[in-house]
Design a protein around this ligand. Structure first.
Ligand SMILES: C[S@@+](CC[C@H](N)C(=O)[O-])C[C@H]1O[C@@H](n2cnc3c(N)ncnc32)[C@H](O)[C@@H]1O
Length: 212
């Protein structure tokens, strides 16, 4: 017997909102159609940061700062560089960082990740990728340079609403994203420097660790 949708609903209800003060952020995101990490993905993200205790975290896709706050709280000594291209969302995220009292540890860079990544020089021992699904392959080529041995990368939404796996006809507007995501998964799988697993969390989460 495999996991059913009912089980997934249980898993989701098991992972209630981690922090009471983040409930209004989720409500705001829902009301404004801003996708943020599902509670079970947030819980897993928090778990991984607690386990890894990374000093330098990189996030691609800040939105309103929900997942950034989750990571910052999971390990108080971490510093986070987070990238967001939408200036309005970045402004909201900044306010949320202040409210969460973590602003001193966050460097929010507003811009296109592809360009911002070219100017980063640090190593990041934990990376959370949660941005444009069609660009994961491009992000991967750039960020693999920043990951030291034992560094971890989490790739969210890699199954893209089920379209990546499905054989059925993919609508034109989604086709490019789906083909690119499939290509990305193949490249990641073949990369001998990373050991990768895919977990059935949220919209599909890949977890990679740099081995050499
Ligand atoms: C799914 S949301 C991020 C949610 C956030 N990680 C959370 O869980 O709270 C994706 C965000 O990535 C941003 N984004 C998408 N593509 C981007 C890119 N190429 N460069 C920078 N930001 C990007 C979008 O504007 C959007 O706010």
């Amino acid at each position: 017997m495999e996991i059913t949708y009912r089980d997934i609903q249980f898993i989701r209800s098991f992972h209630e909102e981690l922090y009471e003060d983040l409930k209004p952020l989720r409500k705001f995101a829902e009301e404004n159609y801003i996708p943020i990490a599902k509670p079970e993905v947030a819980a897993f993200l928090s778990f991984m940061v607690r386990l890894k205790k990374p000093l330098n975290i990189l996030e691609i896709g800040t939105a309103i700062g929900y997942s950034t706050i989750i990571m910052a709280r999971a390990y108080q000594n971490s510093k986070i560089v987070t990238i967001e291209r939408d200036i309005n969302l970045a402004e909201i995220a900044k306010k949320n960082f202040k409210r969460a009292k973590i602003e001193g540890r966050i460097d929010l860079i507003c811009g296109e990740a592809e360009e911002v990544l070219d100017n980063l020089t640090n190593e990041y021992d934990f990376i959370f990728v949660d941005a444009a699904k069609g660009q994961y392959l491009e992000f991967y080529k750039k960020i693999r340079e920043f990951v030291p041995q034992d560094g971890i990368v989490l790739w969210d939404n890699i199954l893209y609403k089920g379209y990546v796996v499905g054989e059925e006809h993919v609508k034109h507007k989604r086709r490019t994203i789906v083909y690119r995501m499939r290509e990305f998964i193949e490249v990641l799988k073949k990369d001998k420097n990373f050991y990768t697993v895919i977990l059935p969390l949220g919209d599909g989460l890949a977890l990679s660790i740099r081995e050499e």
